[in-house]
Design a protein around this ligand. Structure first.
Ligand SMILES: [Zn+2]
Length: 368
């Protein structure tokens, strides 16, 4: 007998929710405790509390559920492209929900009278609006996710995707700025960020780089004999690609450790056992998508012209742009090649402006 797969699937599939009336940024609430991945901590008197917080808009507390992994398979790419501003993050959150369910700051529900958006006569009325099904008031909290948490997460996703693309394109020019072998210390260090920031950062004296990454928006990592002996055994000195791959693996594995995935064994519609992977949070789900993308289970490429991410599993290996973006691409390519020939632009600059790797531009020149 075939199994209808209804309830089982509900349990096994990762779903997430967002408030129909959206979120807003709140600056005035005073949280009572911090919540770090489920662990509550007291806030000391002079402790810095990062604001503003992302809070569900209290007007209507209706939530809408969706299946991020099925409905938004490239969400990690949209997340990394999210504009780091209050408006940009709000747009993303209003569409896809919070990043966590157990990370941020706990705000006592008693404080909701400070919430400016709501016009009610009494606290009771406010409370009933927020928790219509709960009769006892007790100690109830809402969770606020600080702006800085979002910013940090968008930047780490962005850095990792950038690194991944440079590795895929074998962009030695950029990767040799990221990875830097230390001839004395017997290891290598890595600088992640926007390419222009990395360039500036790498001009610093080496001994200063370790402590000044923050000033240059650089995430700095160090791999030496003491912390990663086995890894170093795999690499040859002055190799750039392999250390970059090791760095990317390290980033993804650290993220998956912080945002664990749960395995569930369930029967599929023909009653065969099948494995399901269920992330704990939206952020975990997005890192899982990224993981799948790297291992080739779901491949994405950014259109060289319009910048939209496209699933390329069914497309040719060398897919570069949408059919509809073809004419723009061809004219950029033509102009690019001319400016290389007349010496106005370098191969690297043309690769950048056409959205392709340096080796692709070299092929164009050879085949001309
Ligand atoms: Zn396009």
């Amino acid at each position: 007998m075939r199994n209808e797969f209804g309830e089982f699937r509900e349990m096994a599939t990762f779903s997430w929710q967002y408030p129909v009336s959206g979120f807003y940024w709140e600056n005035n609430l005073k949280p009572l405790r911090s919540l770090e991945y489920g662990t509550e901590k007291e806030i000391h008197e002079n402790e810095y509390v990062p604001k503003p917080f992302l809070i569900e808009s209290p007007e209507v507390m209706t939530m809408k559920r969706y299946l991020p992994l099925d409905e938004e398979p490239a969400l990690f790419l949209k997340f990394s492209d999210t504009d780091i501003s209050e408006e940009g993050i709000l747009r993303f959150a209003n569409k896809y929900g919070r990043l966590w369910s157990n990370n941020g700051y706990l705000i006592d529900i008693e404080q909701i009278e400070f919430i400016p958006k709501i016009e009610v006569r009494s606290k009771e009325e406010q409370y009933n609006l927020w928790f219509p099904n709960v009769e006892e008031r007790g100690h109830s909290f809402i969770i606020g996710e600080p702006f800085i948490y979002w910013k940090t997460e968008i930047i780490s996703m962005r850095n990792a995707i950038r690194l991944w693309k440079w590795i895929e394109n074998e962009d030695i020019g950029k990767l040799s700025l990221v990875v830097n072998w230390d001839r004395v210390g017997g290891g290598f260090d890595c600088a992640l960020g926007e390419i222009n920031d990395i360039k500036l950062f790498r001009r610093l004296p080496r001994e200063e780089q370790r402590s000044r990454g923050f000033e240059y928006n650089i995430k700095y990592r160090y791999f030496n004999k003491n912390i990663s002996k086995e890894l170093l055994g795999l690499t040859k000195k002055d190799d750039i690609i392999l250390p970059a791959k090791i760095l990317l693996n390290d980033i993804i594995n650290t993220k998956l450790k912080n945002h664990p995935l749960h395995l569930r064994l369930l029967l599929d519609e023909n009653n065969y056992p099948k494995q399901f992977v269920v992330p704990e949070s939206l952020l975990g789900a997005m890192w899982f998508q990224f993981f799948q993308s790297i291992t080739g289970e779901k491949k994405y490429k950014k259109c060289a012209v319009c910048g939209t991410w496209e699933n390329v599993n069914e497309k040719r290996e060398d897919w570069l742009y949408h059919d509809s973006c073809g004419s723009t691409f061809r004219s950029r390519k033509r102009r690019g090649l001319i400016s290389i020939i007349v010496g106005k632009k370098t191969i690297e600059e043309v690769a950048e402006s056409c959205g392709v790797s340096v080796s692709v531009v070299k092929e164009w020149i050879e085949n001309k």
